[in-house]
Design a protein around this ligand. Sequence first.
Ligand SMILES: NC(=O)c1ccc[n+]([C@@H]2O[C@H](COP(=O)([O-])OP(=O)(O)OC[C@H]3O[C@@H](n4cnc5c(N)ncnc54)[C@H](OP(=O)(O)O)[C@@H]3O)[C@@H](O)[C@H]2O)c1
Length: 302
Amino acid sequence: MAAVKKILITGGTGLLGKGMEETAPAGWRILGVHQRDYAVEDAKAKHIVLDIREKRAVDRLFEKHRFDAVVHAAGIASVDFVEKNYAESLESNLVGTLNVCSAARRAGVHLIYVSTNAVFDGTHPPYKETSLTKPVNKYGQIKVECERLVTETLPDSAIMRPILMYGWNHPVTRPNPATWIHDKLMRGETVELVDDVTENPLYNISCGEALWAMTRKKVRGVFHVAGKDAMNRWKFGLALAKTFGFDARLIKRVDSSRFPGIAKRPANTTLSTARMERELGVAPLSVADGLRAMKAAMRIRA
Ligand SMILES: NC(=O)c1ccc[n+]([C@@H]2O[C@H](COP(=O)([O-])OP(=O)(O)OC[C@H]3O[C@@H](n4cnc5c(N)ncnc54)[C@H](OP(=O)(O)O)[C@@H]3O)[C@@H](O)[C@H]2O)c1
């Protein structure tokens, strides 16, 4: 019988980590790390509290465990928080990434760094892995720096750029567009959604499948991971209302000028999924299929 392999997922309790847990193939044991002091119930993974900003703690983790793979997804993923709290975000996202990369390098383990579509300025979609990066906000700028750090320190590593992700999250973590819209519509509240920010939204379960394919194949270089349909946030909200049977009249169409206080968003960062399909064998999922799968899945309650 083949030995069980061990994978480290930093940010394991996040939406992406949950997608990986739910699609975990046989023969892999997951160790997830997160930063705040809480516990999640999870049959498929073990979660521990560890702050990746603390180099000694990260080094000790790699001394204690021999990992067969690392997916580094931990960090501050809120674009608006990063814009307003740049120094704190540099600590988690850049220093944390340096700590994880240094330890992975010494251990000689394959690493996948999770970046973002926000490395692009949104003016020339669809974006390929080779397209020029030109972020329009601080979150995207830090991700570009992290990509460079990963590529320089771990030449055999891979970078995955996911796009706007949706799905059922662990209730302790931040909501995503689907859960946020879902909960507001369920309470009968109106939802204002912009029609000038376009992506090809990604179901977190599809993201998990793509990450496992990348892990198994030990791929190198950049991979874009996204859904099949390019659509703006307003249309995404309408699709969700339709799937879940909510009143679509509660959804109000606005544009970004309605929210002057938030960080600038790139207009259209639709990602090309050609490399994902060709080299990972993963087909992009339509929004209708993703939302139907989400509706059929059980939501974890707090
Ligand atoms: N969600 C999207 O739409 C999207 C799109 C493109 C790219 N991404 C990228 O994908 C990755 C995962 O995103 P996500 O949506 O899964 O994030 P998320 O739901 O916000 O979860 C973030 C995870 O990172 C952990 N974390 C944050 N700072 C940490 C630290 N200093 N030490 C250890 N753990 C820390 C959090 O732990 P606590 O809960 O304990 O704080 C949590 O487990 C991120 O790198 C994000 O930039 C996400």
